[in-house]
Design a protein around this ligand. Structure first.
Ligand code: PMP
Length: 360
């Protein structure tokens, strides 16, 4: 089999070593006589995987005591509703930095279930950079300020989380375990596993213990963080395959030097693409202010947009797939998550460079 280089924004490329291990172990887990994906989620074998996954997450991402880790389902999309339902009960407000497509979706759902407001954004400018804390209008009575640490479609990244005097909630779907974070600033972070951590089906929520039980009485059990926290994320059947696969990706991340090494690698690899864009004499453009450029999702466009489709077709033919920008913005998007091997990055840089030479 020849593996393609897959630049999808998620589900995304996983380390091939992990895929191989999953394949080797799929039919029988240890000497249990059964597959992990067949066994009861109440069995000691599954519980060991579950607990180890929580431990690996805590140590790799340096999650302090006082925070709980929940393994949930429903994707980051369900968190758009669960966060305000749980953290902004009646009598409080929820502020949102509206930095792009994903932040706007989070705000839309927050409006349905809580007293939510936009604290910054909604201008063209908002899509090219993130705000400074001093530009964000936090209203009195705000329970949390929601930030999208990395806008997967816009390719814009929050550089740091300093200077806010309200607790933050972070949608970290596309940079979870791709960068260390300052937990002091946050009440909660969330994201789906399918970008940096493994297959889809698992949603990670990391929350300060004292915010878990704030939901109003009318919020149903399944949508309450406390329901899951009291049951150690085993209130009902968990996505056992995803947890098992993420467990293996976490060990792989550890073997590569951990989250700090992932961040350093992401900086170097995204810079290779940005350097190519910036040295292309305007053949390629990236609309994001340099300081806010994503390390995970690099968006670019040939300055002659009629070349975009040609570029994507040629790339496909060369085994570089899923380079098409999100349907809402067009252009090209190169997503480089933790699982992407270096030769994928080298291949895309070489391809983009030779395309510019041929057409420029
Ligand atoms: N937020 C961000 C920043 C995302 O990139 C995505 C998925 N691309 C989502 C939320 C939605 O995630 P899910 O598909 O897990 O619901």
């Amino acid at each position: 089999m020849t593996r393609v280089h897959n630049f999808s924004a998620g589900p995304a490329t996983m380390p091939v070593e992990v895929l191989q291990e999953l394949s080797d172990e799929l039919v029988e887990h240890g000497t249990s006589g059964q597959s992990v994906i067949e066994m009861s989620h109440r069995s000691p074998e599954y519980e060991a995987i579950h607990t180890e996954t929580l431990d690996l997450l805590r140590s790799l991402w340096a999650i302090p005591d006082g925070f709980e880790i929940l393994l949930l389902q429903g994707g980051a999309t369900l968190q758009f509703a669960m966060v305000p339902m749980n953290l902004a009960p009646e009598g409080t407000k929820a502020g949102y930095i509206n930095s792009g497509v994903w932040a706007a979706k989070a705000l839309e759902d927050a409006h349905r279930v809580a007293d939510a407001y936009q604290a910054w954004g909604n201008s063209g400018e908002g899509l090219a950079r993130m705000p400074q804390a001093s530009e964000v209008g936090v209203e009195p009575g705000t329970a949390y300020l929601h930030v999208t640490s990395n806008e997967t479609i816009g390719g814009v990244r929050m550089v740091d989380f300093d200077g806010f005097d309200v607790p933050l909630v972070g949608d970290m779907s596309s940079d979870m375990l791709g960068r260390p974070i300052n937990w002091d600033r946050f009440d909660l972070v969330y994201g789906g596993a399918q970008k940096n951590l493994g297959p889809s089906g698992l949603t990670l929520v990391v929350a300060r213990s004292d915010v878990l039980d704030r939901a109003d009485q009318k919020v149903p059990n399944y949508l309450r963080y406390s329901f899951h926290s009291k049951a150690n994320s085993l209130a009902n059947t968990p996505p056992t395959f995803s947890v098992w696969a993420v467990n293996k990706v976490l060990k792989w991340i550890g073997s590569k030097g951990g989250v700090q090494a992932m961040e350093q690698r992401a900086i170097e690899r995204s810079n290779m693409v940005y350097e190519l864009i910036d040295s292309s004499n305007g053949f390629y453009v990236n609309p994001v202010e340099p300081a806010y450029r994503s390390h995970m999702n690099i968006v670019l466009q040939p300055s002659d947009p009629s070349l975009t489709n040609e570029l994507i077709t040629e790339a496909d033919d060369a085994g570089l797939i899923n380079l098409k920008g999100h349907r809402s913005v067009g252009g090209v998007r190169v997503s480089i998550y933790n699982g992407m091997p270096n030769d994928g990055v080298e291949a895309v840089v070489e391809f983009l460079s030779s395309f510019a030479q041929k057409r420029g």
